[in-house]
Each structure stands twice: as structure tokens, then as C-alpha cells.
Design a protein around this ligand. Structure first.
Ligand code: HEC
Length: 456
């Protein structure tokens, strides 16, 4: 923590002499992981409150890697993020359950639908990739203190108030381990997974569960730091997940082979046109209920390596990844930062904004995007199917502050609020708001589904 500020302060100070402060960019060769982060059991907590007031690109990526290392540190036999302290938040009908303080072990892995186009990512053995959401106590306490479990209170909440510095929200992607599979390079654990059935042609949870071994394949970290209430949105993956496209996306021909190697989620020789096919969204996914396997499987390719952005951005991520990888030991050394995205201006979060490139509202200057860093960032295991869809190809495309139209008649829409940046809050709001009506006698047939927020 201390060294992180020191490193960035020294570099910023020396660079400011040479260039205008507004353009201060850390020279890429210095985007490294401080030696004080290692060994992994000594990585200090990321310094969110002490985040530099005039940060450079590398500071954001360092914060992201620091947070990843801290969150994955072993605490009593499990990664810290799995065991965040319980805050005594109750789950009652009509009350938000933002999954605060739940132990990863206590909760069944029961999210298989990806955000956006109802996609289910099927691994090469036919199992869906499962997702779990976690939040830290700063996030949880903020919701509790402001009584945001209560849909009516959330609706009337100050639109300009944002999550406090230090709030973290996380999403992990887990692959089911099959007998004989070599998972020596993965972080694995036992988990209860929700089993599947087919209902009206759709793949849904059957209500039954099974305990299996799962391996971590993807991990989102979003957190508020000083002057950045929009949060830094960063994502990590296992090194062997999927191949990058060998050429820029627009130069790929349909039959071009993406890689001649086998990857965890890609069969050697698969052509570009067969990458990232959303069979569930197209209604073509079939379940064999007895074996709990789905077909067809998803061959996954990374459309935008490192989530794009400037050359300096990509160079910094690569340097930092290399620097971590030469110093870190153990399974966590097989994970890498794909990228991170944030705002170019301090304190730029405002209600009712999409923040998308080309969006005239809410940018620093007309026509200028407020997004910077990895501006086309997706995780191939979590946003598999939206990687190249221009309205959904970065975290802020969905995590923004616009009003969320109610997915059903029973719940009122949620106004544009700064806290809408968290989808946990949005999902739970609609679940709770619909329940209130249900309790009051209205008919609710299905759990509402929240559609992604895109600018139309
Ligand atoms: C297509 C829309 C979409 C995109 C793109 C997207 N997300 Fe999300 N995200 C969601 C939704 C919806 C949820 C809520 C959980 C769910 O329904 O799966 C969510 C949940 C999360 C969560 C868990 C908690 C929370 O507060 O919402 C994190 C962390 C997260 N996303 C990070 C990211 C990061 C990092 C990126 C970019 C690499 C990203 N998301 C891109 C829609 C999206």
C-alpha cells in the first residue's frame, strides 16, 4: 500500500517536469508491480482512499492488480473474496438481498445466464460456466445505512450520491471440473452448483443442486477509489482460457482459423465464424438432463485483446502482467489482467448518463468520450457474446446511471441514479419491488429479468 503511493508519486513528480500535468503519462517501462506485493500472503490491501489525485494510466492497472492479489489471498484456506465478513443482512420477501457478506461456500452457484442476450456459455465438456457475485462490507454497509434494501427508499435516493470510496463489487466465473481434468494451474474449490432442466424450451434451474469441484476462470473487480465514484472496472482471466484473434477483428475472414492450439474453451482449428455463438439466445441449446450436459458447446475467442484502448494502455497492462508473473508464485500466477476501464475526468459520475463513446451528454467536452483505459473491455468467460457488439462492448455500456425501465407491470421503473452503476442493486430492486406488489395481491408470474441498459 505504502509503496504503491510512493512509486506513483515519484514517477508522477518526475514526469510533471517534462510534460503538462494534464497529459502526464507514466512511461510504459515503469508500469511494474512493487516488490512489496510479494510474496502473495503479504500483498497489502489496495489503497483506494489514497488513490492519486492526478493519476496516470498505470495507477489504475496497479490498483486493479493489487486488488486482485489482495482478494485472492489465502484467508483460512480459501481466497479472501469467498469469505467476506457477514454483515447480518437478512433476506426477506420484498427486501433486497445484495449478497453482502455471504460466504461463497454458503451460496449455491446458480447464475448461468450471462448479462445481455440471455447467453449461456457452455464449456467443451458440455457444462455451463457458473457465476457468483460478492461485495465487500463497505458496499454492504452503505446499502444498509441508507436502507437501500427498500425499493421505495432506493427510488427516492439522492441521484447524485455514489458508492463510498473502498466499495468493491465482484463477479467470479467458475468452470465445472470433470474427472481426469488437469486443473493444476487453476484455483479450485468445492461448490454446490444448481442443476438444470428444460421448461418451455428454455434451460432453467431445476431446484436441485450437486456438490462438485469448480475452477476459477474469470474474475471481475469493480471498486470505488478517491475521485472515481464511477469505480475502476477491471477484469482477470486464466491464461489458457481462449486465443486472441490473430488479426484485428475487421480483417478476419469467416473461415480464418483463430488458433491451432487447444485452449480451455476453444478447440484447435475452429474458424472465426464459429467463435462465440450464442446458442441459448438463438434457442438452439439442448440439455441432456441425465448427464447435465448441454450442446452445442461454445468455442470462445477473444475479440479485442486487453480490451483495446491506447497503445500506452495495452503496453502498461502487458508490462504489469509480466512484472507480476515474474514475482508471483503458485496457481494465481496463471491469471492475468485483461484490462480495466474508468473515467478520464475526476468525479465525472452523474445520474442519467450512458457514458458511451459518441454520447453527447455527460462527457467532458461535447463529442469526447469520458471513458478511458481498456475502452472495449469484456471478459471472455462472462461477457462472451457481447465482446464485439458495439453497444455492449465495455463495462459502462451496461453499468451506467440511466433509468432502468421496469421489466414487468408490477414494479415501478428505477430512476437514473449514480448507484445504478451496480447491477446487483438493480436486479435485487426489481425482485424486491415485484415481491412487494405480489404481497399486495398483484400477480407475478416469473422472476423479472433485467435487460441490459443500452442507449437507444
Ligand atoms: C451486457 C451488459 C453488461 C456488460 C457489458 C458488463 N456487465 Fe457486469 N453485470 C451486468 C449485469 C446485468 C449484472 C448483474 C448480474 C447478472 O444479472 O448477471 C452484472 C454484474 C456485475 C458485477 C457484480 C456486481 C454488480 O454490482 O453489478 C460486476 C463486478 C461486474 N458486472 C463487472 C463488470 C465488468 C468489469 C465488466 C466489463 C469487463 C462488465 N461487468 C460488463 C451486465 C453487464
Amino acid at each position: 500500500m505504502v509503496s504503491k503511493i510512493l512509486v506513483s508519486t515519484i514517477v508522477t513528480a518526475s514526469l510533471m517536469m517534462a510534460v503538462a500535468p494534464a497529459q502526464a503519462q507514466q512511461s510504459s517501462s515503469s508500469c511494474i508491480a512493487p516488490t512489496t506485493w510479494f510474496p502473495h500472503n503479504q500483498t497489502p490491501e489496495q489503497n483506494s482512499a489514497g488513490f492519486p489525485a492526478n493519476p496516470n494510466n498505470c495507477d489504475f492497472h496497479q490498483w486493479a492488480w493489487n486488488a486482485f492479489l489482495w482478494l485472492t489471498q489465502d484467508v483460512k484456506g480459501e481466497a479472501r473474496f469467498e469469505s467476506m465478513p457477514a454483515n447480518g443482512i437478512e433476506t426477506k420477501p420484498g427486501v433486497l438481498d445484495a449478497l453482502i457478506g455471504r460466504s461463497g461456500k454458503a451460496r449455491t452457484l446458480d447464475i448461468i445466464n450471462q448479462a445481455g442476450p440471455d447467453g449461456i456459455m457452455v464449456d467443451l465438456q458440455g457444462h455451463p460456466v457458473y457465476y457468483a457475485i460478492h461485495s465487500d462490507s463497505t458496499f454492504g454497509d452503505f446499502i444498509k445505512t441508507n436502507d437501500l434494501f427498500d425499493p421505495a427508499k432506493l427510488r427516492k435516493f439522492d441521484p447524485k450520491e455514489s458508492f463510498p470510496v473502498g466499495a468493491l463489487t465482484l463477479k467470479a466465473a467458475w468452470k465445472v471440473v470433470v474427472p481426469g481434468e488437469d486443473v493444476s494451474t487453476f484455483y479450485t474449490r468445492k461448490a454446490q452448483i444448481a442443476l438444470l432442466t428444460t421448461k418451455n424450451g428454455k434451460i432453467v434451474l431445476s431446484g436441485k443442486t450437486k456438490t462438485v469441484e469448480v475452477a476459477l476462470v474469470g474474475f471481475h473487480v469493480a471498486g470505488t477509489v478517491a475521485n472515481h465514484p464511477e469505480m475502476i472496472w477491471a477484469t482477470f482471466e486464466h491464461l489458457q482460457n481462449v486465443p486472441d484473434l490473430p488479426k484485428p477483428m475487421n480483417e478476419m475472414q469467416p473461415n480464418d482459423v483463430v488458433s491451432d492450439k487447444n485452449w480451455t474453451f476453444y478447440k484447435a482449428g475452429t474458424p472465426f465464424k464459429d467463435c462465440n455463438i450464442n446458442s441459448a439466445g438463438a434457442g438452439a441449446l439442448k440439455l441432456d438432463e441425465a448427464t447435465q450436459t448441454l450442446s452445442p458447446v461454445t468455442d470462445v475467442c477473444r475479440m479485442i485483446p486487453f480490451g483495446g484502448g491506447s497503445t500506452n494502455n495495452v503496453a502498461n497492462i502487458k508490462l504489469l502482467n509480466d512484472s507480476v508473473h515474474t514475482q508471483l508464485k503458485g496457481v494465481w500466477n496463471n491469471y492475468f489482467e485483461v484490462g480495466a476501464i474508468w473515467f478520464s475526468a475526476n468525479n465525472g459520475l452523474k445520474p442519467n448518463c450512458t457514458f458511451q463513446p459518441g454520447s453527447q451528454q455527460c462527457g467532458p467536452n461535447p463529442g469526447e468520450s469520458i471513458l478511458t483505459g481498456s475502452t472495449q473491455l469484456s471478459n471472455t468467460t462472462i461477457e462472451t457474446f457481447t465482446q464485439s457488439q458495439s453497444v455492449q462492448d465495455n463495462c459502462f455500456a451496461c453499468h451506467n446511471t440511466v433509468q432502468v425501465i421496469s421489466p414487468n407491470e408490477t414494479a415501478p421503473s428505477l430512476p437514473g441514479l449514480n448507484v445504478d452503476i451496480s447491477h446487483v442493486l438493480i436486479n435485487e430492486y426489481f425482485a424486491a419491488a415485484s415481491k412487494f406488489r405480489e404481497n399486495a395481491g398483484a400477480q407475478v408470474k416469473a422472476k423479472p429479468e433485467v435487460k441490459p441498459k443500452a442507449e437507444h
